[in-house]
Design a protein around this ligand. Structure first.
Ligand code: GLN
Length: 189
């Protein structure tokens, strides 16, 4: 399987390493033509404002929206989830706007902008999963077609809507591959 990772900025190499560890091909996506060569796409963590601008400037935004709307599975981690969201509570822009969720950027504030924890997510793994949050958003509202996979301290941090997956945290910065396995099972369906 060929899994693309949007390679403009942020933690894309870490995702690519995990994809290769599971025996799949990772494609660093930077050009529109590459969208036709992949089975799915991961939108990595980084800075959503910067990635959003680059999506606009490269002309990739509309073709990417079309591809995902046509059924290409997509997983956004952290800033990537912000790119997928239909509504951003504390930003005046909307990027891809594909997932029926409202997100709050930098939701944990300055005092605790980064932290690690663990969570049992039965749909994803039978073992607890380590979660790494870095200036993370969380989800403040979900539409009726969205399944909440995980909450931490009452805040929604992982969601699925059909072929779309969003996580506030960074599985690619741990050595736990459960979320990537889960995403691959979504692609195989
Ligand atoms: N704070 C970043 C944003 O709002 C997201 C941080 C991350 O991806 N680790 O875009």
């Amino acid at each position: 399987m060929k899994i693309g990772v949007l390679g403009f900025q942020g933690a894309f190499l870490e995702h690519e390493r995990h994809i290769q560890q599971l025996g799949h091909q990772a494609v660093d996506v930077r050009y529109i033509e590459q969208l036709d060569q992949i089975d799915a796409i991961i939108l990595p963590g980084g800075e959503s404002t910067t990635m959003g601008k680059l999506l606009d400037r490269t002309g990739m935004k509309e073709p990417l929206i079309a591809k995902i709307k046509a059924g290409m599975p997509a997983w956004g981690t952290c800033a990537g989830m912000i790119l997928l969201a239909e509504r951003i509570e504390n930003d005046s822009v909307k990027h891809l706007g594909l997932m029926d969720i409202t997100v709050r950027r930098n939701a944990y504030g300055r005092q605790i902008d980064s932290f690690d924890t663990e969570c049992m997510i039965p749909e994803v793994s039978s073992e607890p999963i380590p979660l790494v949050f870095i200036r993370a958003p969380f989800v403040t509202e979900v539409g009726s077609g969205v399944k909440v996979l995980c909450e931490v301290n009452g805040n929604i941090v992982a969601v699925r809507q059909g072929h779309l997956l969003g996580t506030s945290f960074h599985p690619e910065l741990t050595n736990n591959l459960s979320f990537l396995r889960y995403f691959i099972s979504m692609i195989e369906k």
